[in-house]
Design a protein around this ligand. Structure first.
Ligand SMILES: [Mn+2]
Length: 345
């Protein structure tokens, strides 16, 4: 029913690894997002139902809005529980790496993976995977690792072993990596998979609310302040930017994650093509920059040229070493450099 993305030899090998393992560790990337945590917990749940010992180990803390997920409280944070985690890694006979393409994405855990004699599986949807694993399931055309993991379960004949909790985890990852199915989600297969997850009993409306309607009042007021006081719109270029200083962030009791997604908001202005966010670091002399664009305007190219960054075509980021005022000057130049391309639209 779904288009085939996993070749039968890989599926056979994964099934064998899943059948033969006893102690499994699942790793995902630094600053884990919904797709990282969702895919990791879904795989944990799946293998536990097959009687395996499974631990999810992540490099550092993950956001609160993912803490409703079953067994999220059992996730091991490597930066806080190093000895405990090392012991689990030493015992493992199977290592599964989810939602990252290069070992540098898991920081200090890289050395653990390299050292481990266990069998290794990589399942991911980013371009250009490192070849450190025995089995590499890399599918950049998949919207999320959760989507890809569903395909793996299907390919190994394992869907009957997918529980309600597992289905919730997968849905959460698919939903967060596509902005609630508003981008990167035109493949009809995605909706076939969702239909299957609904049949498992998930409540997608409640999951959406748990993932997206979780702002603190401070964060909501910060967003309002930025839109009202800080947004600079360059009318004839369908472009905008805003700068937020350290002092302003402190005024709104800024917490990590509070600026997440704010850069997307100006794209809701009719005809808008480009939005840039500049946020001063609360400690270091660095300004963090996010760039979002629509259609054929490349956010990535702009981020590469002006902000020492990179990313996806329409969603990119970077940084400037310096003050927020200096970064603003670079930003103005960057927008002007694309005047012709922006004006045409
Ligand atoms: Mn992902």
């Amino acid at each position: 029913m779904l288009k085939r993305k996993i070749n039968p030899q890989d599926a056979t090998k994964i099934k064998k690894y899943f059948d033969e393992c006893k102690n499994v560790v699942v790793f995902t990337h630094t600053s884990p997002d919904g797709d990282a945590i969702g895919s990791s917990l879904a795989l944990k749940e799946y293998l536990q139902r097959k009687g395996k010992n499974v631990s999810v180990i992540v490099p550092n803390v993950f956001p609160d809005f993912l803490k409703w997920m079953n067994e999220s409280d059992k996730i091991v944070l490597y930066d806080r529980q190093r000895a405990f985690a090392n012991n689990l890694i030493n015992m493992a006979d199977l290592v599964c790496c989810l939602d990252f393409n290069m070992l540098s994405r898991i920081d200090e855990l890289e050395a653990c993976v390299r050292r481990s004699a266990a069998r290794k599986i990589l399942i991911d949807h980013h371009l250009g995977p490192d070849h450190f694993a025995d089995i590499i399931i890399s599918c950049p055309e998949c919207s999320s690792t959760c989507e890809l993991l569903f395909r793996v379960f299907e390919a190994i004949g394992g869907l009957s072993n997918l529980s309600l909790h597992g289905a919730e985890d997968l849905y959460a990852g698919m939903c967060t990596d596509t902005g609630g199915f508003t981008y990167n989600s035109n493949d009809p297969d995605i909706f076939m998979i969702i239909a299957e997850l609904l049949r498992k009993g998930i409540d997608k409306d409640i999951i959406y609310r748990r993932l997206f309607n979780t702002y603190t009042l401070d964060r909501y007021r910060l967003m309002g302040y930025i839109l009202h006081e800080k947004l600079v719109q360059i009318q004839d270029l369908h472009a905008s930017y805003f700068c937020v200083s350290r002092e302003e962030l402190k005024r709104f009791n800024f917490l990590k994650g509070d600026m997440e997604g704010v850069v997307n908001m100006p794209l809701a202005i009719r005809g808008q093509k480009l939005s840039i966010s500049l946020r001063e670091d609360t400690e270091k002399p660095v300004v963090w920059i996010s760039v979002r664009s629509y259609d054929d305007f490349s956010a990535r190219e702009l981020a590469e040229r002006f902000f020492n960054g990179g990313g996806h075509f329409n969603a990119a980021g970077g940084h400037i070493d310096g003050t927020i005022e200096e970064a603003e000057e670079v930003c103005k130049k960057a927008i002007e450099a694309y005047r012709e391309q922006l004006m045409d639209k």
